[in-house]
Write a protein that binds this ligand. Structure first.
Ligand code: SF4
Ligand code: SF4
Length: 537
């Protein structure tokens, strides 16, 4: 039996720290209850391993190149320590220094948080994924290498971590083995947010060392600031895609109308995650239909970033976060709208409504609302003609962490589903106790090397188990079933998860947003709005 890993092993120089074996993971129900029904986890190829560090658990999110010389190793350790020092400086980290210090100072080491963490539990309780593992590493590094006298007295205070290149590389990867779902913080008796410490580690890597997952930084925030969207969609491409969606709506429903774009003085500015336009156009189409039928005064924007609510900075970099959040507020101010409404995108909710509160003041502090409360208001007002019998298939609801646990928006989406989906059933647990989809904090878009296998096989495992359990007894593929996930990021993860486990073909499980289900229940249209066609996925 291998020796259990301890914190001091983090700097080991003899190869991969932990090997994952799906046979040790949390078991899944039928038809995934046999070892041969588990998709394998791919390792790095030999040539990838020569270039990239996978010494934590055999996976790579950051794609850290292996240093080629002792000097390079030392340089990286020095820049890591410089970044940690900055975290503790009021001038460099004024937004988060207070919350960070609270989380560094107090932890009762009771381990209540461990059993709440879907990644720790799903992995078969691997020590490295314990919520406190990375937090405690950061604490001990600070005590020994940053606090005065730490190197001399640190060992007496439990600060016994050796800081070398391996420690730094593994800590960087560990910061991307947590979805920032905050389920652990919810059960902690003293409210410690391990997720905040994880994000602070990500900040050191990004802001000081220039190391961040390419999908979040180069192809994410950098591309968004340059082209207007993390998808690379320019304002001209947006207008083309709106034209196409208008035609599609006419084809599907017979409704012909122009979508409002850049209408100054409208009541609301609706900002979708631009990924919807490319991957799930039926979602913005459903919003357009609902708002048109309900007679809501709103507009979309074609200004740079005004059509993409994405703000990946919220996951790894304060500077990038602030640039994008300010731009969102500026677009709304220019259009003179009364409010910004954020479409079905969880992290965009968190970025613009919660975290941006630290940033937007005065005339930039424009009211922001979730689309879920707006949809609830429209459905409850009776402005739409709805017949729940049109949604006569099993439906379950995924609670996006950022909207539900973080913002407390629990009931609006349920009130809607109880009205329009007669075969709606809850997952267990649900609401603020939900499990993350496994794609949180950027994982859903991180498709490099072998990371998607870890994301689906480990991070999304508890969610997949919940989905199978919610549809127990109806898993026959001939019965189409709908996982309602009102979040673009969660939908991206569900797409990968269902694909990884081949669950649409094997079990007839589909996914989609909430707005689509509302339109599917509308009696105005002859044909269903939602189609269940495994070949079209
Ligand atoms: S539950 Fe809170 S106090 Fe207890 S170990 Fe976890 S973070 Fe520390
Ligand atoms: S935030 Fe979520 S994934 Fe991260 S340690 Fe806590 S429970 Fe685990």
């Amino acid at each position: 039996m291998p020796k259990p890993i301890t914190l001091r092993d983090i700097g080991n120089t003899d190869g991969q720290l932990v090997r994952l074996d799906p046979a040790e993971f949390v078991p899944l129900p039928h038809p995934y209850d046999r070892p041969d029904a588990q998709p394998p986890l791919r390792s790095l190829t030999e040539s990838q391993r020569q270039r990239l560090d996978d010494s934590l658990d055999g996976f790579t999110a950051l794609r850290l190149p292996r240093p080629q010389s002792r000097q390079e190793e030392e340089k990286l350790v020095r820049s890591f320590l410089a970044g940690v020092r900055r975290l503790l400086s009021r001038d460099d980290n004024w937004t988060f220094l207070g919350p960070l210090m609270l989380r560094l100072d107090y932890c009762a080491k009771c381990q209540t948080c461990a059993e709440a963490c879907p990644i720790f539990v799903a992995s078969g309780r691997k020590e490295i994924y314990r919520p406190t593992f990375r937090s405690e590493l950061l604490r001990r590094i600070i005590k020994k290498y940053v606090m005065p006298g730490g190197r001399i007295w640190g060992a007496f205070q439990g600060a016994d971590i050796d800081l070398n290149w391996h420690t730094v590389a593994r800590l960087g990867e560990l910061a991307y083995r947590c979805t920032l779902c905050r389920r652990c913080a919810q059960v902690c008796p003293i409210g410690i947010g391990n997720a905040l410490l994880t994000r602070e580690i990500r900040k050191v890597f990004s802001q000081e060392m220039g190391l961040a997952p390419v999908e979040l930084h180069k192809l994410g925030t950098v591309q968004q600031l340059k082209t207007g969207s993390s998808t690379g969609m320019t304002p001209a491409a947006l207008l083309d895609s709106i034209e196409l969606m208008e035609e599609e709506v006419e084809e599907k429903t017979g409704m012909k109308f122009d979508w409002p774009v850049d209408r100054e003085g409208a009541d609301l500015l609706l900002i979708h995650n631009a990924g919807e336009f490319l991957s799930w156009p039926e979602n913005p189409e459903a919003f357009a239909i609902i708002l048109e039928k309900a007679g809501i005064s709103y507009t979309l924007s074609s200004e740079l970033m005004g059509y993409d609510a994405v703000n990946y900075g919220v996951w790894y970099d304060d500077v990038q976060f602030a640039r994008i959040a300010r731009k969102h507020a500026e677009v709304a101010r220019k259009l003179r709208v009364k409010k910004i409404v954020i479409g079905e995108c969880g992290h965009a909710h968190k970025a613009l409504t919660v975290v941006a509160d630290r940033l937007l003041a005065g005339e930039m502090n424009i009211p922001r609302e979730s689309c879920l409360t707006l949809l609830d208001h429209i459905v409850s007002s009776g402005r739409l003609k709805l017949d729940p019998r049109r949604n006569d298939f099993p439906v379950t609801l995924h609670d996006p962490c950022n909207i539900v646990r973080l913002m407390g928006i629990v009931e609006p989406q349920r009130r809607i589903l109880r009205k329009i989906a007669p075969r709606f059933r809850e997952m267990s647990p649900n609401g603020v106790q939900n499990y993350c989809c496994g794609g949180g904090s950027g994982f859903a878009i991180m498709d490099g090397v072998n990371f998607p296998d870890w994301r689906s096989g480990v991070a999304g495992r508890m969610k997949f188990k919940q989905i199978l359990e919610a549809f127990a007894g109806e898993l026959d593929p001939s019965i189409p079933k709908y996982v309602c996930a009102p979040c673009s990021n969660c939908k991206g993860q569900l797409r990968g998860l269902l694909d990884y486990f081949d669950a649409t073909r094997k079990c007839g499980i589909y996914y989609g947003g909430l707005a689509e289900l509302i339109v599917n229940a509308m009696t105005d249209f002859e044909k269903p709005f939602i189609s269940f066609d495994a070949d079209q996925l």
